[in-house]
Structures are given as C-alpha cells and as structure tokens.
Design a protein around this ligand. Structure first.
Ligand SMILES: Cc1ncc(COP(=O)(O)O)c(C=O)c1O
Length: 424
C-alpha cells in the first residue's frame, strides 16, 4: 500500500538539498585558473588511437597530444564496426530520428538493441538516449515508491554519487526523505536500514573520481534488510565481465531480482552513445515504459542505436576479452610506476593526489606541455585542498605512452611542489 507522506507532514528536510551557489562560488577561481592555462574544453580532432590534435589548423603544423581524459576504456569509440553500425542504421531507416514518442511508435532496431543487451547482461534492459536521462527518470520513480512495492523509501545518496544522480535530490525530497552519507559509509547505511522500514541507496559502481562501491557489503545489507540498490556503473560497464556486464552486474547473481537497478552510460567503455537501465523485474520494466519522463519522448537516435548494436557484436566476440586483457596490462604498467589509492584494482581511473589547487593545475599544465592531456580535479568534484589529477587509462594507449606519462608525473610533481611523489 502507498505510504501517504507529503512534505507538509514535516518529516522531510525543508532546506536545500544542493548547494550549487556555494559550490560555484568556491570552485570558480579554480575553473578560471585552469581555463586560463588551457586545461579545460580543449578543442581539436582526434587522430589515431588516443592522440589528439588541438585547434583547427592543418594537422601537421602542431604536435599531437596523447589524451588521458576520454572514458573510452577499451578504445571502442572509433572502432570501425561501431562506426559502420551507426551508418547502417541511418541508411536502413533513411532518417536519424523518428520524431515520435516511443509509446506511440517504437523502432524495431531499438527493440532489437534492448533484446540483445538483455540477453548479454541477463536483465531486462531499457535503452535511453543518455546515461544522464536514464538517471533522471529513475530518481523520481524511485522516490515515489514505485520500485519498492508502493512504499516510499528513505533515499540515501553516497556523498560522491555522480552529479546526474545528486542533481535530483530536490525532486526526490519533494516525495520522500533524503539522506546523504559519507562515501562508502556502510555503517551509516546499516543504521538507516535498521531505523527505517524501506531504504534505497543511490551510488556509483565505479566512481569517476576513482574507487568503487563495496558491492559485497551492499549485497549483505540487501539480504539482511531488503535494501534497494540503485547503482550507476557508467565507468564499470564493458571493462569487467565476460560479456562486459560491468563491475556491478558481475557481482550479482544471474537472477537480478526486484531490489536493484543498475544504470550505465553506453558512451564510455561501451564505445557507442546512449544510456541504459538493467532491471530485474517485469513489473519495474512496465513502470518505466509507462511513466519514466524521458523514456518516451527522447529515445536514442538511429546513429546511437546502430553504434550500440555494433558494440554488442564486439562484446559478443573474442575481441572483448582481448581488449580487456590489454587494458589490464596497461593499468598494471601504470600501477608499477605510480602509487595511487586505486593501485591494484582492475578499473581504469587513477587519481594523482596533489592537495593544493594551484599545484594540481601547475602539474597538469606541465603534463600538457610534455604532450599529455589529463584532467585536473578540484571543488566541487574534490574537497577543498584535496585537488588532484585524473588519469583515464585505456586499452588503446601504447605501453610507451603510459611509461612516459608516469615519468612525467613524477617529474612534474617534484618540480612543482619541491617534494617527491607520493606527497605525504
Ligand atoms: C557515473 C556517471 N553516470 C552518468 C554519466 C552520464 O552518461 P552519459 O554521457 O551517457 O549521459 C556519466 C558520465 O560519464 C557518469 O560518470
């Protein structure tokens, strides 16, 4: 039965759930500093592999840069099968978009994509035009209790949950109680599970700032208290699992059940475009197909559908494990030279902890001068005084690129801070 709660019951927080103005105020000087030295919004053309030529002048007039910012972890984004898939879908339908809600006229190719992904990932998969939109529709449905038997859950966000989840806290708070807990704080989550009849936890599988959720412990809370899990695995899909099912999905049983949703972008490791939800129940599937605000009007376009179908072919071929193995080898190479908190995990993101925002910006600029584009992270992505540099390792990086990058990181940190890396 639906729990009758409204904000006027006084049981919901009435203050703001986001402090956007505060974060913009704090982060702005660092963004401006990074912009000024050319560390953000670089434009240009990607050439072969992970190389990139900034600007629009003829390619041979400048030196190439190796990028460690793209999240195409298996290097599939410019794979010929994926590009051919996009072109074939447009040619087959002679359009890029059908200009009609999915609930009125659905495309056979889109259903084929959903069926293929469902088979690959042992779940009921719904495709969306982006990961951001998949999350947007889901947060409200979750808050309304539609996924928890009509009972509105207390929705608990991990403090580092991706912005495409955290952004919806005010919408969720319109419907139910919202809590934000420290990163991976299983103790706090268990307390909330003990104190409340229905709890849903919203987190990332693999965090875009490094690290991952403790899936084993989350599964224990699910078994003990019926905790509902909403896990965004945008950075774990394709990288892990024999069908590329991802960091999160690969740690749950074959039958997913009705206490979980795994979301993911199809634009990172998967190498295509769009987003998806892996659902474990036909009831949840029907709810999303009927009520998700972004499911019907903004379906993936034909290029996205064709590209994703192309990527499915690669995911179902021996090439997937070859690329995963190559990625693992590149990650290992990095880990043997540069210590990070992520060292030893099989995931692609490594964070170089620097501390001061000015030093992190200077190190990233030094790396760019040496031919490596990395991303400098600071408020709001990192806490103040905990700035760092994010490195996305991919299967397409050459071993010598990784070795040279590592040497440059060690040199630049020592030169900028006067101390050897890792900084204490
Ligand atoms: C955790 C997470 N969720 C969602 C997204 C957005 O995905 P998309 O680019 O498909 O909208 C991203 C972006 O990489 C992400 O890091």
């Amino acid at each position: 039965m639906q729990q009758q709660l409204t904000p006027s019951d006084g049981r919901y927080p009435t203050g703001p759930c986001r402090s956007t103005a505060h974060l913009i105020g704090k982060g702005r000087p660092y963004f401006v500093a990074a912009d000024t030295v050319g560390l953000r919004a670089a434009h240009g053309r990607s050439t072969a592999g992970r190389t990139f030529v900034p600007g629009a002048d003829p390619i041979d007039s400048r030196s190439e840069i190796i990028d460690f910012v793209r999240c195409s972890y298996l290097g599939l984004d410019n794979h010929p099968v994926i590009v051919a898939g996009a072109i074939a879908a447009i040619e087959a339908k002679r359009s890029t978009h059908r200009s009609c809600a999915r609930t009125l006229l659905d495309l056979d190719l889109l259903r084929e994509l959903e069926d293929t992904l469902s088979n690959m990932f042992c779940a009921r998969v719904l495709a969306f035009s982006s990961g951001v939109l998949a999350n947007m529709g889901a947060m409200r449905i979750l808050a309304l209790g539609q996924l928890t038997g009509g009972r509105r859950p207390v929705v608990v966000f991990d403090r580092l949950a991706h912005i495409s989840l955290a952004y919806h806290k005010p919408v969720v708070a319109d419907e139910t109680r919202v809590e934000t807990i420290a990163h991976n704080d299983i103790g706090a989550l268990e307390r909330l599970c003990r104190e409340n009849p229905v709890v849903a936890y919203v987190c990332d599988g693999v965090y875009s700032v490094g690290g991952h959720s403790p899936i084993k412990e989350l599964r224990q809370l699910q078994e003990r208290y019926g905790l509902f899990l909403y896990i965004d695995d945008a950075h774990g899909l394709s990288v892990v699992g024999c069908q590329g099912e991802g960091f999160a999905r690969s740690q749950f049983p074959k039958v997913l059940g009705d206490r979980i949703i795994i979301a993911a972008s199809l634009a990172n490791g998967f190498g295509a475009s769009g987003g998806m939800l892996m659902l474990g129940s036909s009831d949840h599937e029907a709810i999303f197909r009927q009520y998700s605000v972004d499911y019907a009007p903004v379906a993936p376009n034909l290029a996205a559908i064709g590209a994703a179908l192309g990527s499915c072919k690669i995911h179902r071929s021996p090439e997937l494990s070859q690329r995963q193995a190559r990625l693992a080898q590149r990650i290992d190479l990095f880990d043997r030279r540069v210590v990070t908190a992520e060292q030893g995990n099989s995931l692609s993101i490594r964070m170089i902890a620097i501390g001061s925002e000015a030093n992190a910006t200077a190190v990233a600029r030094g790396l760019l001068d040496a031919g490596f584009y990395t991303s400098v992270t600071f408020v709001p992505t990192a806490a103040q005084g905990r700035a760092g540099i994010r490195v996305c390792i991919t299967a397409e990086h050459e071993a010598r690129d990784i070795e040279r990058l590592c040497d440059c990181i060690l040199e630049q940190v020592a030169e900028t801070t006067g101390k050897p890396y890792p900084l204490r």
